[in-house]
Design a protein. Structure first.
Length: 194
């Protein structure tokens, strides 16, 4: 309880300070308050990457590969199977698009199984090349699409478990069939309007 009271006191003091500083007649010289597009994008990606890795390792790898209780399939609805990690990712992206225009995200690849996941913009092409040439690095750029400026970030999409590489290597439409765990298989694109 002692720590809760201290936390409440700190929040109250901080809130009071913000309110008082906002009430003055003088223009503020303080730095703008907020989160940079890069920090927001990095945070969003951290959540996306964690969710996708956990689904791949704890659900797909365990239930499909190890225990063989159910299969995962791109035709999961017809076959009563689990959706593939990329499909879960896309469904999440579509759901976000229904609810907000504050950001968008997608998967792209230089070797897409699904042609809709090819890079389309110059920034996407440049970003994919950058993350392939610079393992573990992210790509950031401002681009204009339809007259709107966007902060665009591209993060490496890495094969975190055997099912990632196996699915791509075994798929009849895959243009690349030698992926291994740890390989960059494409990129996660996050766009934030400016």
């Amino acid at each position: 309880m002692k720590y809760v009271n201290k936390a409440i006191a700190v929040v109250t003091l901080a809130s009071s300070t913000l309110l008082l500083s906002a009430c003055g007649d003088e223009p503020s010289t303080a730095a703008p308050v907020g989160v940079s597009p890069q920090k927001m994008s990095d945070a969003l990606h951290a959540v996306m990457e964690a969710d996708r890795a956990i689904y791949t390792k704890k659900v797909i790898a365990r239930l499909v590969k190890q225990e063989k209780l159910i299969k995962a399939s791109e035709h999961w609805e017809d076959e009563k199977a689990l959706p593939l990690p990329a499909q879960m990712f896309r469904m999440g992206s579509e759901r976000v698009a229904e609810n907000t225009s504050d950001f968008s995200y997608s998967l792209i690849s230089a070797w897409p199984i699904n042609k809709q996941n090819e890079p389309k913009t110059d920034a996407e092409k440049e970003g994919l090349k950058y993350i392939e040439d610079n393992p573990g690095k992210n790509f950031y750029k401002t681009e204009s699409l339809g007259g709107q400026a966007y902060f665009t970030a591209i993060y490496p999409d890495v094969a975190v478990a055997a099912p990632c590489a196996d699915c791509h290597n075994d798929h009849k439409d895959s243009p690349k069939t030698d992926f291994k765990i740890g390989d960059t298989m494409g990129g996660v694109v996050i766009r934030i309007p400016l």
